[in-house]
Design a binder for this molecule. Sequence first.
Ligand SMILES: CC(=O)N[C@H](C=O)[C@@H](O)[C@H](O)[C@H](O)COP(=O)(O)O
Length: 227
Amino acid sequence: MKNDIIASLKNKLIVSCQAYEGDPLFGGDTMAKMAIAAEQGGAGGIRTNGFEDIVSIRKVTDLPIIGIMKEYYSGYDVYITPTYKELDVLEKTDADIIALDCTMRDRPDQSNVSDLIKYIKHDLGKLVMADVATLEEGIFAAENGADLIGTTLSGYTNDTKGIMEPDWDLIKDLANVIDVPIIAEGRINTGEQAAKALKLGAHAVCIGTAITRPEVITENIVRKMTQ
Ligand SMILES: CC(=O)N[C@H](C=O)[C@@H](O)[C@H](O)[C@H](O)COP(=O)(O)O
């Protein structure tokens, strides 16, 4: 069953359906509609944030769901499923896969990546997607049992800040070095880029902003029109 879920994602597009409080599309109802639209368009999986959105999306699709819970703790940079507290919320959902920050940065509850991965796999019985920013973090997460490795955090840590394109080198290096399937994620905005990620060895591609954040898509177009 678990292997089937991973196999079903091969060469597929995962659409990240996320909106924050204050965003025009915020809410479980709109995120569920986004997920339906993604499925109609041929997506093979959904990534989404928080209890309400996961539950709302599960009601409308059988596609594999990657669930995260973003929580911001003062004094800490880790915010994608940072502590056991968020895992205990995600446990109550039907997300198939739980994604979490697997960088080496300090976590608010002093937990560590290795124990968190074990907890998700063995105690919660769910698949683990490790969101990383570097090759070393990807290798560490794979060695510690992660089922999928995502390039999600490249460009968003002190070490990797300033990368504006998808991190092609990271996608390629992870795919070459690690047996665990790689999800190419972060700043992939076109079909051509998604196809390139697969060619570099990614198992699947996850796209958010370019599909599900119309305010950002609009802003980018308007900016180009006024340049
Ligand atoms: C760094 C971070 O917090 N990434 C988040 C992870 O869930 C989301 O905000 C991104 O939208 C997602 O990774 C997809 O990336 P993009 O939106 O670039 O296609």
